[in-house]
Design a protein around this ligand. Structure first.
Ligand code: HEC
Length: 132
């Protein structure tokens, strides 16, 4: 019985922390959910640009604009809606429930883990990989 308990806890722990963020999966999500505004290569030149009042920023410059440090916390919070951005749907993120389930963690700039959804962890890993 006790062994079963330990097993259950391990299972829960591994589910709670999700998998290692995967940039390839992140690229797939980006093409589906973000490229319309941000552009296929995230340079701020998506086809929706014409109808946007605010320009979608070039996401390859996030580190450059932050003293060379990729702003993990800011990016995660801007995608999951914790920092509501009107362009992303404000308090109701455009991406809806899909990205809402907190089942992953990735290291923030401080080294502390930041908890988020696996698709957002993957997206963030991809964005980090394309910084110029
Ligand atoms: C409807 C168009 C649209 C979609 C879809 C969209 N974005 Fe954005 N995004 C914007 C605009 C416009 C801004 C700039 C908002 C502002 O400056 O207030 C922005 C800002 C951002 C920022 C902030 C950049 C910074 O300098 O802090 C990040 C990160 C971002 N988007 C990532 C994403 C990701 C990842 C997705 C897909 C999950 C996505 N966006 C989908 C339009 C969009």
């Amino acid at each position: 019985m006790r062994r079963l308990g330990v097993f259950a806890v391990c299972l829960m722990a591994s589910a709670a922390w999700g998998e290692t963020p995967d940039a390839n999966t992140g690229a797939w999500y980006f093409a589906r959910f973000c490229a319309a505004c941000h552009g296929e290569r995230a340079m701020g030149d998506g086809p929706m640009q014409e109808v946007l009042t605010l320009r979608a920023p070039d996401l390859t410059q996030l580190s450059a604009g932050n003293d060379g440090v990729f702003p993990v916390t800011r990016v995660v919070r801007q995608i999951d809606g914790r920092d509501p951005m009107l362009a992303h749907g404000g308090e109701m993120p455009l991406f809806g429930e899909l990205f809402a389930f907190p089942d992953a963690a990735l290291p923030a700039e401080t080294g502390q883990p930041i908890v988020t959804a696996q698709p957002i962890a993957d997206l963030t890993a991809w964005l980090e990989s394309i910084q110029e």
